[in-house]
Each structure stands twice: as structure tokens, then as C-alpha cells.
Design a protein around this ligand. Structure first.
Ligand SMILES: [Zn+2]
Length: 198
């Protein structure tokens, strides 16, 4: 039976690289894979880019009101794909994640989702929360903090300064960047509190 997987990690843990490597592994064995991601992520638009320089077009973008299972079933008619890979899965809605579960269980095609667990205020993204609830398998992609400890949080940096206020979604742009942090460094920057309670 196919499964729904959630492979999560902090910023810069190589999620897109791992996704593209998985696609390569499938294709090396003669399998076709489908790539998808939420349309909310404007960086890279219709492609998945890894920091190592690899880029691939997605087969479909999932908008906020789209139904990924319908999109998948439409696309698979021509491709006979044996796997669906979803990048930036934290931006999916909970019902969309439920549809990915249906693809795995009812259509018997494995769905591998890659994403960030929590936002810069340590609160789960909607898609990640649902994936943590229903995925058959949850796996962590590890990365390290600036201090060398394992990073588990994502600090938001605006104009070079850590900030703990603002909207959940602010895609990397001119002023906003993210840095993966361990618990100790997060609390040092935030003044000792988790931002979800500020
Ligand atoms: Zn640290």
C-alpha cells in the first residue's frame, strides 16, 4: 500500500535538494514522477530550485482553492507516474493534505511532502499541522544552527535584525530572510520567550 510521507526540516535543511534527488532516484529506475507545489510560494514560480543549483519545472501548481487530487488524476492519465512529490507543503490547506492522503490510500500512489514544520513564531503551518496528524511516516531532515546545535526553529530576519512580529507568510524577498536556529539561540534572540506567546 502506498503511503503519505512528511519530510520536514528547518530552513536550509536541503528539502528541495532531497526532493529533486528522490525524483532522480525514481527516474533512474525507469519510473515517472510528478512534481507539485503550492502556488503561494512565489520564489521560483513554477519550478523547484535547490540551493545546489538544480531546478525543475513542476507538473502542477496547487492554488489555495485547488483540489490536488483532481489535478493529480488529470495529470496522471498521460504520465502513468508512480510517485507524487510536493515541495513547500507547509503552504497547503488541511483539506488539500487530506486529498494527498486519498491519493496515497485510494489511488495507491506514494506522496512525498517536503516542508517546514513551524513558522518564525514557532507555530505550525496549516499544511504541516495536518501532515503531522495524518502522514503514515514523518521524517526529519536535519540542519545545524549557527552555533553547531541542531536547528529546530526558523528565525525571521528583517533588515538584518531578528523579528518576532508579523504575518505567518512572508516569502524571502529583499528585506526578509530566514535563519534556522536551535532552541537556545532562538530564545536568546527573542528575549527568552517563544514568539507564539508574545
Ligand atoms: Zn544555536
Amino acid at each position: 500500500m502506498a503511503k503519505l510521507y512528511f519530510r520536514y526540516g528547518a530552513m536550509n535543511s536541503g528539502k528541495s535538494t532531497a526532493l529533486l534527488q528522490t525524483a532522480f532516484n525514481y527516474e533512474e529506475r525507469g519510473h515517472r514522477v510528478l512534481l507539485a507545489k503550492p502556488a503561494i510560494d512565489t520564489k521560483g514560480a513554477e519550478s523547484i530550485s535547490s540551493r545546489l543549483g538544480m531546478t525543475r519545472e513542476v507538473d502542477f501548481l496547487v492554488g489555495p482553492d485547488d483540489h490536488p487530487r483532481e489535478q493529480f488524476l488529470r495529470t496522471i492519465v498521460d504520465t502513468n507516474a508512480s510517485c507524487l512529490l510536493v515541495d513547500e507543503a507547509q503552504f497547503l490547506t488541511a483539506p488539500q493534505v487530506d486529498e494527498l492522503f486519498q491519493i496515497a490510500v485510494l489511488d495507491d500512489v506514494p506522496v512525498l511532502c517536503y516542508g517546514i514544520r513551524t513558522d518564525f513564531q514557532t507555530v505550525a503551518f496549516p499544511g504541516s499541522r495536518r501532515l503531522l496528524e495524518i502522514a503514515h511516516a514523518v521524517e526529519e531532515l536535519k540542519t545545524i544552527c549557527r552555533c553547531g546545535r541542531k536547528a529546530i526553529f526558523n528565525g525571521r530576519v528583517v533588515d538584518g535584525v531578528f523579528t518576532f512580529d508579523g504575518d505567518q507568510v512572508a516569502i524571502d524577498g529583499e528585506q526578509v530572510t530566514y535563519e534556522s536556529l536551535c532552541g537556545q539561540c532562538y530564545l536568546r534572540e527573542s528575549g527568552g520567550r517563544l514568539a507564539s506567546h508574545l
